[in-house]
Design a protein around this ligand. Structure first.
Ligand code: ATP
Length: 308
């Protein structure tokens, strides 16, 4: 019996190990979302990013499921090196824009090839015509909720550019203002994080994601702001770091706090999968429409917060 017990027990350990790693993989695919549904076109070439890298959405239509269209003809440009911010109610389709740009999904409505789909261009190239890998190489994402791998801090940052040296990893961590925190942990950059290691706060995780993105140094950035999880002091600090990271990059910001979009080249206000208002902060305030209303509401909420 004991002879049988040992291998079974051992199998149990292996099973748990595999299961944990599958969880990691699963998380990665959640991060990468429907990656497996999107395939490279035959003879797809890598995206060319040697000139100015602008981003353009041209009449983009999209549905996750055929029965429920989500985006209805979205068009906008992010000129090279500029920031465009997207705001709007929950469920308006803001994060969907980010997922399409990263090509987690292709534009269009599944099962309806006869309908217009529009297209998404990076540096003038339709992202469906180039390799997925090269699109993802060109884009850095700081998501709402950063998933860390069950590995060391260094590994998690280096994931942005596997060949980076220790000095480069540290430099990115300094720029993301997470270096001092890392140094204060028991094993510094060798500290294990993730579910089985040191638990990090939402802000610390986001800073790791920023460091990872700084290290990757891509021409295009997507920031999907956290809806909650951060207190306002932390939020402001992260915003400052994000702004610094975005300098000179073509950036799409999915914003939940309007205070973070004031300097954007253009602000898109979305509702029900459509852009219902667009312009600079000042122009939108002057228009006294939806954005001006949202701004007034958020200003008074922030005043109440400070009064508390
Ligand atoms: P929030 O501000 O809450 O993050 P959002 O504007 O970013 O919201 P999206 O995440 O883009 O909204 O979602 C737009 C719509 O698409 C929502 O109605 C949502 O339920 C739906 N949706 C999002 N992801 C999926 C999915 N994987 N499958 C099916 N429907 C989805």
């Amino acid at each position: 019996m004991i002879q049988l017990y040992i291998p079974l027990n051992f199998l149990g350990v292996i099973y748990r190990e595999i299961k944990q790693n599958l969880t990691d993989l699963d998380k990665m695919f959640t991060l990468m979302d429907r990656e497996r549904e999107v395939a490279d076109a035959p003879r797809a070439e890598p995206l060319r990013t040697n000139g100015p890298v602008d981003v353009r959405f041209e009449d983009v239509h999209f549905a996750y499921e055929a029965a429920r269209p989500i985006l209805h003809g979205i068009s906008f440009d992010v000129p090279a090196g500029k920031t465009v911010a997207v705001v709007g109610a929950s469920g308006a389709g803001k994060s969907t824009l980010a997922r399409l740009l990263f090509r987690f999904y292709d534009v269009g409505r599944p099962g309806h090839p006869e309908e217009p789909t529009g297209r998404i261009l990076i540096a003038g190239q339709d992202i469906r015509s180039v390799t997925q890998a090269s699109v993802r190489c060109a884009i850095g994402i700081v998501p709402q909720d950063t998933v860390l791998f069950n590995d060391t801090v260094a590994y998690n940052i280096r994931y942005g550019r596997p060949e980076a040296t220790d000095a480069e990893v540290e430099q990115a961590a300094r720029a993301a203002h997470i270096h001092d925190f890392i140094q204060s942990t028991p094993n510094g950059y060798a500290t294990m994080v993730g579910e089985r290691g040191l638990k990090l706060s939402g802000g610390e995780k986001q800073r790791i994601a920023i460091a990872r993105t700084l290290l990757k140094d891509p021409p295009v950035l997507i920031f999907d702001e956290a809806t909650s999880a951060l207190d306002s002091a932390n939020e402001r600090a992260i915003q400052a770091e994000l702004r610094q990271a975005a300098r000179g990059k073509t950036t799409l910001v999915i914003a939940h706090r309007l205070s973070t979009v004031v300097d954007a080249h253009e602000i898109l206000v979305m509702d029900g999968g459509r852009i219902v208002e667009r312009g600079t902060h000042l122009a939108l305030l002057a228009a006294q429409g939806r954005y001006a209303q949202m701004w007034a509401l958020q200003q008074s909420a922030e005043r109440d917060d400070t009064a508390d």
